[in-house]
Design a protein around this ligand. Structure first.
Ligand code: CNA
Length: 234
């Protein structure tokens, strides 16, 4: 389970970090309250703030960091059953979640993208507050009881129903929280096998990679993928 805190080292502000989070820097987006930027009703009332943020998050502006590559390594090793992310930056996949070909020229030119046929606003394929979660989210019913380790990285565990997934693994399954601060059930309903590694996510991930003996593999992966990004952005 991951959240905005895994992308702050890439330079993308999270919601809640004091001083650097979006909540502390709202003026530039001209929104009445922080959640508005991701609210469906507000989006159709005024889509500009969302597209200002979308432009900011376009590929090339930000790059994956060690945490994203660690997730990739878990996947490559066949150890990652599923990644549940709240992020819309797409850095776990190396691409944004909204269809670039339709919207990029408009977004880059600070225009709200509209459908050439019906003239309606193009809504990006992300889940706004006020929208149901995609069917795929229901996979958690099968996934969580199957897991034998739950990793939770860079999230305040404040947004439901995502947050409650942290309680959906078996009671004897270890849960490892890697975050700046203690959050959610790690504070109010800790379990015997919980482990909280508090501090900067990059530092913690690098330490974990080292303990796993994967440092060299990780360096190779980062080098390979950075080379690809250099080629793409050139
Ligand atoms: P959040 O509520 O802002 O919490 C982030 C958590 O990460 C906090 O507990 C921070 O202390 C912690 N954190 C931040 N930076 C670091 C760091 N360098 N090292 C360790 N811990 C760190 O964000 P959540 O993801 O929990 O909230 C869910 C919202 C945020 C979702 O609706 C997202 O769509 C939304 N969001 C996403 C992005 C993105 O895609 N990158 C950016 C901003 C907001």
């Amino acid at each position: 389970m991951v959240g905005a805190g895994i992308s702050t080292p890439s330079g993308i502000p999270d919601f809640r970090s004091p001083g650097s989070g979006l909540y502390s820097n709202l003026q530039q987006y001209n929104i009445p309250y922080p959640e508005a930027i991701f609210e469906l009703e507000f989006f159709f009332h005024n889509p500009k703030p969302f597209f200002t943020l979308a432009k900011e998050l376009y590929p090339g502006n930000y790059r994956p960091n060690a945490t994203h590559y660690f997730l990739r390594l878990l996947h490559d090793k066949g150890l990652l059953l599923r990644l549940y992310t709240q992020n819309i930056d797409g850095l776990e996949r190396g691409e944004p979640l909204f269809p670039l070909h339709v919207t990029s020229a408009d977004v880059m030119a600070d225009r709200v993208p509209c459908c050439p046929v019906c003239t309606g606003i193009v809504k990006p394929d992300i889940v706004f507050f006020g929208e149901p979660l995609p069917q795929r989210f229901l996979l958690h019913v099968v996934d969580f009881p199957m897991a034998d380790l739950l990793l939770i990285l860079g999230t305040s565990l404040e947004v439901e129903p995502f947050a409650s997934l942290s309680e959906a693994v078996g009671s004897s399954v270890p849960r490892l929280l890697i975050n700046r601060d203690l959050v959610g059930p790690f504070t109010w309903r800790p379990r015997r096998r919980d482990v909280a590694q508090l501090g900067d996510v990059i530092h913690s991930v690098e330490r974990l990679v080292e303990l796993l003996g994967w440092t060299e593999e990780m360096q190779d992966l980062v080098q390979r993928e950075t080379g690809k990004l250099d080629g793409r952005d050139r």
